[in-house]
Every structure is written in C-alpha cells, then in structure tokens.
Design a protein around this ligand. Structure first.
Ligand code: NDP
Ligand code: 2IT
Length: 448
C-alpha cells in the first residue's frame, strides 16, 4: 500500500468519525505525517493496526457535575476523563478547568500526552480530563465545593495503578489539595492517585517548578547543540501561570533577558528584562490576584498593554506557555522577521499547523511541547514512584533527575529528527518518531 494513500486512508477514517473535533484532528494530523512511513516499514505495526489503536482513546468517561455553590444555588457542569492509552503504564495526565474545555480539546491533550509520557522513559500511559467550569472570580469556597463534586464523580474511575490525574490550566496545588481530600474521604486510602500534591501529603519537591524549569533545561540542550548559550539572549514568554512563570524564572537565572509575560487579557512588557525578584514576586502572588500582570505594572515591573500578545516583540527565543493555537502563521512570520531563531513550546500545541510550517520553511529551531514541556509529567512520574515507596526525595536529587530526563528527550529528538545529510534538526519529527516507536513496540508486545 503506497504511503501517501495510507496516510490519507487513516486520516480520512478518523476525520469521518470525528469531523467536529478540530483540535483532536489537528494533533493527530501533525503526528501522522511523521509516523506513517515508520508504520509502513514495519510489518508487525501494520498487522496489529497500531496507528488506529494509538489514535483512538481506549475509554472516555463523561459525567455531569451538579453541585451547590456557596450561595445555595445549583450549578451544572460537564466533566470528562479521556483514558487514551495504557500500553506503557497507568493513564497519566492533567485536569483542566476552563470554559473552553470540550471533548475535542481533551482528546487532543490526551493523545499528545501519550507521546510526551513515552519520551520521558517512565512507565506512564496517557490521559487527560477536566470540566467546562470557569473558576475565574470564584471564591475559595466555591472552588473547594466544585473540586469535591468533580471528584465524587471521577473517583470511581481512577487509582494509583489505573489512572493518575494532575493539574493543568486552572488546576494547581490548591485544587489538587481539595480533589485529593475528597478522594481520601471517599476511599479511605492514602495513595498516589493524584500528582502535584502538597509536600505534606505525598507531594514531590520540584513538581511545581518542573514544567517551566524543564523547558529551560531543554533550551540549554538545544543551545549546546548549536554551540550557543542561553545567557544574553532576549526571550519572550506568553502566559503568566505555572509554566510561564517558572520558565521565565529559570531563563532569567541562566542570564537571559525575559521581556514579556501575558495572559488572556493582554501583555506585560519590560524592555530591560524582568528581574528574578520580579518573577519570584509574581510566582508568590499570582494565585491570589485577578490579574497579576496589572499588579506587576503597579509595582513598576513593566508596562501593561491590554489585548496584546507578545509575538510582535523583538527576541532571540520565543516560549509560548499559555494555551493551544495561541500563535498563528502571521505571528510566526513576525517572529522570524524580527530575528527569532528558536521557538520552544511550554504549552500544549500553542503553535497552529500553519505557524509550524512557517518555522520549518525558515529552518528555525522549533520544538513541540510533547518534548519541551515533558518536565512536568516527568516529575509527576517521579512523584508516583516516591508515593509507591512512601518516600520523599530531596529537591537537589529531583532537579538533577529532571535535567537528565530533559537531556535524554533532547537526544531522542536529535537521533530521530536529523534530516539526511543536513544539520537542521526537525524536533517535531524526532519527538513523534521516538515516542511512536516506544508506544508501537509496547502495543505489539501485548498483542491484540
Ligand atoms: P495556568 O492556569 O497556571 O496558567 C495559564 C496561563 O495561560 C494564564 O496566564 C492564562 O491567562 C493563560 N491563558 C489561558 N487560556 C488562555 C487563552 N485562551 N488565551 C491567552 N492566554 C490564556 O496553567 P499552566 O501554566 O499550568 O498551563 C499552561 C499551558 O502549559 C497549557 O497549555 C498546559 O496544558 C501546559 N502544560 C502544563 C503543565 C503543568 O504541569 N501545569 C505541564 C505541561 C504543559 P488568564 O489567567 O487570563 O486565563
Ligand atoms: O500537559 C501536561 O503534561 C500536564 N498538564 C501535566 C500532566 C501530569 O500528569 O503531570
């Protein structure tokens, strides 16, 4: 069967069934382009129909969350857990609370998570979940009530060896604490059923920082491969949440000049570069503020620009760390015109497929989130192993392990992503192929 028609056949099969799920189809399309040739070259992969089995979730759980808020009103939300693939270990991946959450978004995230988790080298399958609940502007009590109601539904489907959720957008340490408390009350068990827990109840050092720090460790590896360094580079970061702020802090510690942060409402710009103290202040305060970037302007840390994104600002390195499809082809062209040579994703799928093509055509370094933001889930994997042993490793050891894992993922991408005879590394291809081989081998070894 010729490769191209095979790609078309597989994609059409999925498109026909899920034509309204555009984010899911986008993520699958990106991966299929790279893995179909590998699939076609391997009889075992083909005979066991590995690609279709890998593209479709093993199980999707849907539930309604009916809950009473602190005013005594009844609210109704939709919740999901997509258990995508467990060939490599328990389903593993975050929970997102955001009004834009729907099945397509969670299916794309769960699919990507399988590839990301495979790259870490730890025994984790892939999943993702969440709800269309908007926590913005809610009281702490409402957040707790919602988390408890959400866990009342989810608890029967998860377990330390079955499915281990963690945080994602709008689900941080506070929410994980409330979710965990409800799980423990209902099950009368203390086990590593969630990661990102507080340090006092089974959490791991370095988990909070891991995604952002890991992104910069990956950036260091990219720079080393190009005989370059992070120090002295101008960096733009989008987002002002967990990933963005920790990436900004580590980049700044490494001597880069971080000139932006952003959120869904606008941009904070500081031409001189944010100081480590500024970013640390933001990390300490962002959970208690409605818009930390406005507060940073008030503190003299930069200029707020409403409704702006960072992509028109001149930089050497761009780190999109907010959300999917936040950087389109016009933004990509602007970045390149302004001299940006490296784009590393902290968020999941922040660059549209057309933006990616702009990067590939310009032969600038582009690293997909499944490789560069894998530090978060890697630390989650280490939290699971600490929980299984009822132990707690120290921060220094874990930070070293994180660096080792990010370097390992970089090496995998280089090995599989080098184009014949050229020095340019296609990190997307490298990540997709390296992860696919591991997943496909695990599926084949376990039969139908
Ligand atoms: P947070 O909730 O901590 O922060 C999210 C940030 O992104 C906020 O500044 C938010 O702004 C902004 N944002 C959210 N939606 C939009 C939007 N539609 N347009 C513009 N800005 C937006 O989440 P995280 O930092 O944890 O997650 C950020 C990204 O990183 C996500 O793609 C997530 O999937 C990914 N990721 C997270 C990991 C983790 O361990 N937490 C691990 C790997 C990837 P506002 O406050 O205005 O909504
Ligand atoms: O996208 C991601 O990798 C995460 N939100 C973290 C998942 C996890 O299980 O730690």
């Amino acid at each position: 069967m010729p490769q191209l028609s095979n790609f078309d056949e597989i994609y059409q099969f999925l498109h026909k069934r899920f034509e309204n799920e555009k984010e899911y189809l986008q993520a699958v399309h990106e991966v299929l382009q790279d893995i179909v040739p590998i699939y076609n070259a391997n009889e075992a992969y083909k005979s066991l129909d590995v690609i279709r089995r890998l593209c479709m979730p093993e199980r999707i759980i849907y539930f309604t969350i009916s809950w009473m808020n602190s005013d005594g009103d009844i609210e109704v939300n939709q919740g999901w857990r997509v258990q995508h693939n467990s060939a490599m270990g328990p389903y593993k991946g975050g929970l997102r609370f955001h009004p834009t959450v729907n099945l397509s978004v969670l299916k794309f995230l769960a699919f990507e998570q399988c590839f990301k988790n495979a790259l870490t080298g730890l025994p984790m399958g892939g999943g993702k979940g969440g709800a269309d609940f908007n926590p913005k502007g809610r009281s702490d009590r409402d957040i707790m009530l919602f988390c408890q109601a959400f866990m009342r539904e989810l608890q029967r489907h998860i377990g330390a060896n079955t499915d281990v959720p963690a945080g994602d957008i709008n689900v941080g340490a506070r929410e994980i604490g409330y979710l965990y408390g409800e799980y423990r009350r209902l099950n009368n068990r203390f086990e590593g059923v969630l990661t990102g827990k507080g340090l006092e109840f089974g959490g791991s050092y370095v988990r909070t920082e891991a995604t952002g720090f890991g992104l910069i460790y990956f950036l260091e590896a990219v720079c080393r491969a190009q005989d370059s360094v992070v120090e002295g580079k101008t960096v733009i970061v989008s987002g002002a949440g967990n990933v963005a702020l920790h990436a900004a802090l580590k980049a700044s510690e490494k001597g880069a000049k971080v000139v932006t942060l952003s959120n869904s409402r606008g941009l904070l710009y500081n031409e001189q570069g944010l100081s480590e103290a500024d970013i640390t202040w933001a990390i300490e305060n962002h959970n208690q503020r409605d818009n930390i970037l406005l507060d940073m302007e008030d503190e003299g840390m930069g200029k707020w620009q409403a409704d702006e994104t960072p992509w028109h600002i001149k930089c050497d390195i761009a780190l999109p760390c907010a959300t999917q499809n936040e950087l389109d082809e016009c933004d990509a062209r602007k970045l390149i015109e302004n001299g940006c040579t490296m784009i590393l994703e902290g968020a999941n799928m922040p660059c549209t497929d057309k933006a990616q093509n702009v990067f590939f055509d310009a032969k600038v370094t582009y690293v997909p989130g499944k490789a560069s933001n894998a530090g978060g889930v890697a630390l989650s994997g280490l939290e699971m192993s600490q929980n299984a042993m009822f132990s707690q490793r120290n921060a220094e050891t874990l930070d070293e392990q994180l660096q080792t894992i990010m370097n390992h993922i970089h090496n995998l991408c280089v090995t599989e992503g080098k184009l014949g005879g050229e020095t340019y590394i296609n990190y997307m291809k490298g990540a997709n192929v390296a992860a696919f081989r591991k997943l496909a081998d695990a599926i084949v070894a376990q039969g139908v």
